[in-house]
Write a protein that binds this ligand. Sequence first.
Ligand SMILES: *Cc1c(COP(=O)(O)O)cnc(C)c1O
Length: 372
Amino acid sequence: MSNIDTSNPYILLTPGPLSTSPTVREAMLKDWCTWDDDYNLGVVTPIREGLTKLASSIAPEKFTTVLMQGSGTFSVESMLGSVVPDDGKLLVLANGVYGNRLAQIAEYAGINHIVHDTGELAGPDLDRLSQTLQDDTEITHVVVVHNETTTGMMNPLEEIAKIVKGAGKIFLLDSMSAFGGVPLDMEELKIDYLVSSANKCIQGVPGFGFIIARISELEKTQGIARSLSMDLYAQWRGMEDGSGKWRFTSPTHVTRAFYQAMLELDEEGGVAARYARYTENQKRLVEGMERLGYKCVLPKENHSPIITGFINPENPDYEFKKFYNLLKEEGFVIYPGKVTGIDSFRIGTIGHVFPEDIDRLIIAVEKSMYWA
Ligand SMILES: *Cc1c(COP(=O)(O)O)cnc(C)c1O
């Protein structure tokens, strides 16, 4: 299978928004009433139930899913601002742009917090994490990014979860760019809150995010929120009591498209099958790029199937923007780099993108190497 799509001049090898299937986009061609059962019972409720089951197959009854308007960051902000109380303290593990954003959100919201920043090229310091949780008994919550999209680094979730839950802390996860594309079970890892969005591995279009919460914890958070529109507890009660009703205008078309994307995830064979496809995409990408002489930013053991950083060629004639434009003409949009001090670019391998597309990409990259 391949995404040769006549309705789009190029495919997006960017980790969100990403390329969606034509059928997901077609699902947006109808108007919906936000207050009507057709939408709330027929679209929103099955999405909430489906996401909860994706998050934990062993104990879905312990979790609930709350949909939140806005881009992914709005949902992260909703989560952090709604669950850490004024007398709580948050430990942020940061190793990239998105980890730093967690700290920035805490700063804006006036949440008491500390940051362990290990830089963009290293994972979290697990010994320091253990020690800090022992020494600083004020800490109540710990948050980390699952796949740090800055570099494509997959953080060691199981090890972190073991330490955080071993210390009895509430564990929050920004799994924005991994959820739905990387297998995980919130109950098995004892994760309390997880956040992701419509336009990442579930392969919907952008417009909302979601927070999957352990009900026994969420129940304790009434009145904590620092924002009205992003009050997680209130949004949850609204959806529960109103059988899928969002408190304020919801992105109806986007939600309907997401429903279609969930069906297509299931048809593909679920998260395990999608993970296998993304993994094959990324394997072919790295093999092909290395064959053409490119070097990866991260060592292979830190790679994820989501996105991969490559070092820009050192040739004086090379210019990223020119390379980018040539590739775009060939039908592929890639992503600039974000790592400080390393001149790099990134290529995403998630979305409605198949191993054959990656093979076509490698041919296009070779063709676009105007400096070589
Ligand atoms: C995409 C992403 C976000 C959210 O970004 P938005 O631009 O607000 O959608 C947050 N965290 C990670 C790790 C991401 O990849």
